[in-house]
Design a protein around this ligand. Structure first.
Ligand code: 6PG
Length: 257
């Protein structure tokens, strides 16, 4: 049984509406984090779904998000060069990071091109510094972690049955066998790192993910390694931003946000 706050679920008529709401939420969280603590640490997710959120942040929140006090990290990376079309960093740079006034020294790219994987993972873990495994939001390493899921329930590069799911000490590990395309080695934050967050937001779109979403949210207290996203628990709140396709298997009372 994984204790923690029950997740919040927001269902939108389409991905565009979910994207707009999540971008607004990120900007609000950034402003409140900086007011409260002088900084905002944001972990970006990869894949295709979040690209619209990054573009919207660049277009709508260039002026009213505290970029100078923001630090950017990555939840996972494909082990390809940063200019490779499969790179999560390249997607984030093109959609967001090259359009906003965030100091370059505050953008922390995962060194996907570094070998061996253990050296790349160790380098990023050292950059993160100590991560205390605590469910105290005030001890969290990150203010906000963005995540997606695959149809198999993976999140970041934590795939069903992966040894990485059992990692309790390290914050970053290499993954030699990706469970979904692109089938390249990966670097990923471990659950220890992902759960050291004041807040986690999942953004999920599409019917092909509805079964995984429903299984996870039907019993949110159940941690099932066959569905790695079910193991993610922010020290603070976990919120799911879903379009109607991803929410189609949820019980009817989930009204549109
Ligand atoms: C990655 C992501 C991965 C992604 C899901 C959903 O590197 O691929 O971190 O966890 O969030 O696979 O990907 P899509 O948004 O492309 O469906």
């Amino acid at each position: 049984m994984v204790l923690g706050l029950a997740p919040r679920v927001r269902v939108y008529r389409n991905l565009a509406a979910a994207t707009a709401s999540l971008a607004r939420h990120i900007a609000q969280t950034a402003r409140s984090s900086v007011r409260a603590r002088g900084s905002f640490s944001l972990v970006l997710s990869g894949g295709k779904t979040p690209e619209g959120v990054y573009r919207r942040l660049a277009q709508r929140y260039r002026e009213n998000l505290p970029w100078k006090a923001t630090e950017i990290f990555f939840g996972d990376e494909r082990c390809v060069p940063p200019r490779d079309s499969r790179s999560n960093y390249r997607m984030a740079r093109e959609a967001l990071l090259s359009h906003v006034p965030i100091p370059r020294a505050q953008i922390h790219r995962m060194p996907g091109e570094t070998r061996p994987l253990s050296a790349a993972a160790g380098r990023y873990a050292r950059l993160l510094g100590p991560i205390r495994s605590s469910n105290n939001a005030n001890a969290a390493r990150f203010d906000l972690v963005l995540l997606g899921i695959g149809p198999d329930g993976h999140t970041a590069s934590l795939f069903p049955g992966s040894p990485a799911l059992k990692e309790r000490r390290r914050a970053v590990v290499g993954v030699t066998q990706a469970g979904q395309p692109p089938y390249v080695p990966r670097l990923t934050l471990t659950l220890r790192a992902l759960n050291s967050s004041r807040e986690v937001c999942f953004l999920v779109s599409g019917r092909e993910k509805a079964a995984a979403v429903a299984t996870i949210l039907r019993d949110p207290g159940r941690a099932d390694p066959r569905l790695p996203a079910s193991l993610v628990r922010a020290a603070g709140t976990t919120t799911w931003f879903l379009d109607r396709g991803a929410a189609r298997n949820l019980s009817a009372e989930r009204s549109l946000a």
